[in-house]
Design a protein around this ligand. Structure first.
Ligand SMILES: NC(=O)c1ccc[n+]([C@@H]2O[C@H](COP(=O)([O-])OP(=O)(O)OC[C@H]3O[C@@H](n4cnc5c(N)ncnc54)[C@H](O)[C@@H]3O)[C@@H](O)[C@H]2O)c1
Length: 362
């Protein structure tokens, strides 16, 4: 039986190839733009330099003050820079933080984004924006912020440090896992999510063993594309709500938080999403990971690539459990298993301890 579904395909054009950074100029032209503001954070600035050299006068400004979770006052400055230099487009180079800043500009000005991602976060494939004010992070969907073109060049990810690669890969995996058990997930999104898990589980150990392995980098970025697309076309559940709270309210690092929580969120939902669990196990098995449950397999993968498996290890204060659980429950995440304070508390404590999940949360 085919379950009822709604499938909306985001309109981003995707170019995926080694060396495709040289095609950014053509893609800008295709968008009918010639005055781009470049948004690029720290280490990814070298790729922005290269694009600037290639595009010459078509880059009319540069914004490098990229901060994770997009603090509202910095976003306002970025919008002012885009207006001051009379940009007709934004080229965003980097991870989710660069994408987030570009989206803040697009949300306000309607300028089209051309995205050149260099991590596995997946923001380039979604119309989701996020902004932080005080201790609260707000997110929403707006078609204006969906990048109009995405240039995936695996060569740009070779310099991504191993630790960031591993955690960022687990961030992508979390999009895929929650997409699989999203309500009304379409058959296409389901297949793409399963394939994304296979690709990441196969590639990430090879990336960690040899960060310059371009085949592995390509497969990981391919998995990340599928993950971003899944995030953009389905809904996310308890896991994303917890990580959103950990980042927005407690300033925990984004990708490591996802890495530390996803095995336990999967364990929490296991009995309520059997089809998704079977798909995860099957994808992990095809990538050579043998496991007795989806949660265990995810934990084995994270351990294999030395990505965080414990909230304690990334600086979470256990005294905050009650507050996080209350915020998450109040946010009413759409999740296969009903979400209550006792359940979230147990999940957070397990994620804090970081032991191999054994089905105790289900
Ligand atoms: N809106 C969405 O759909 C969505 C999806 C996923 C993540 N996000 C947001 O994205 C942010 C996190 O993104 P992230 O995890 O990619 O982190 P990030 O963009 O902050 O990048 C992490 C670090 O890696 C460095 N880096 C990036 N590419 C590099 C490269 N090729 N070589 C060397 N260093 C490199 C960056 O300079 C940074 O220091 C969060 O704010 C999160 O909320 C949004």
């Amino acid at each position: 039986m085919v379950n009822a579904f709604t499938h909306e395909v985001p309109a981003a054009r995707v170019v995926f190839a080694n060396g495709s950074i040289i095609r950014v100029g053509d893609e800008l032209e295709r968008l009918g733009c010639s005055k781009a503001l470049m948004v690029a954070g720290g280490a990814e600035g070298v790729f922005a330099d290269q694009i600037e050299r290639d595009l010459g006068g078509r880059i009319v400004g540069r914004f490098s003050d990229v901060v994770m979770h997009v603090p509202v006052e910095i976003a306002q400055r970025a919008v002012a820079v885009a207006r001051r230099c009379d940009a007709d487009s934004v080229i965003a180079v980097g991870g989710g933080s660069s994408m987030g800043m570009a989206k803040a500009i697009a949300k306000e000005t309607g300028l089209p984004i051309l995205a050149v991602p260099t991590t596995y976060a997946g923001s380039e494939m979604t119309s989701i924006w996020g902004m932080t004010e005080g201790r609260r992070k707000t997110t929403g969907r707006d078609p204006k912020v969906l990048p109009r073109a995405v240039v995936y060049d695996p060569e740009l990810t070779v310099s991504l440090p191993v630790g960031i690669s591993a955690a960022s890969g687990m961030n992508a995996l979390a999009h895929l896992v929650e997409g699989l058990y999203a309500p009304a997930v379409s058959p296409i999104s389901f297949l793409q999510a399963q394939e994304g898990i296979r690709a990441l589980a196969s590639a990430l150990p090879r990336v960690v063993d040899d960060p310059s392995d371009l085949d592995a980098r390509g497969e990981a970025l391919y998995g990340a594309w599928l993950a971003g697309w899944t995030l953009g076309t389905t809904g996310m559940g308890i896991h994303h709500k917890i990580c959103h709270t950990l980042g927005g309210t407690y300033d925990l690092p984004h990708a490591p938080s996802h890495s530390a929580v996803i095995a336990y969120a999967t364990d929490f939902n296991a009995a309520h999403a059997p089809e998704a669990m079977r798909a995860i196990v099957s994808a992990l098995n095809s990538a050579g990971i043998s496991c007795s449950s989806a949660a265990e397999g995810i934990w084995i993968l994270a351990s294999r690539i030395a990505a965080p498996t414990s909230l304690r290890d990334i600086g979470f204060d256990i005294d905050a459990v009650e507050e996080v659980a209350t915020i998450v429950v109040d946010a009413r995440p759409i999740n296969p298993r009903p979400v209550d304070v006792d359940g979230v508390r147990a999940l957070l404590i397990a994620a804090y301890q970081g032991a191999r999940p054994g089905g105790s949360l289900s």
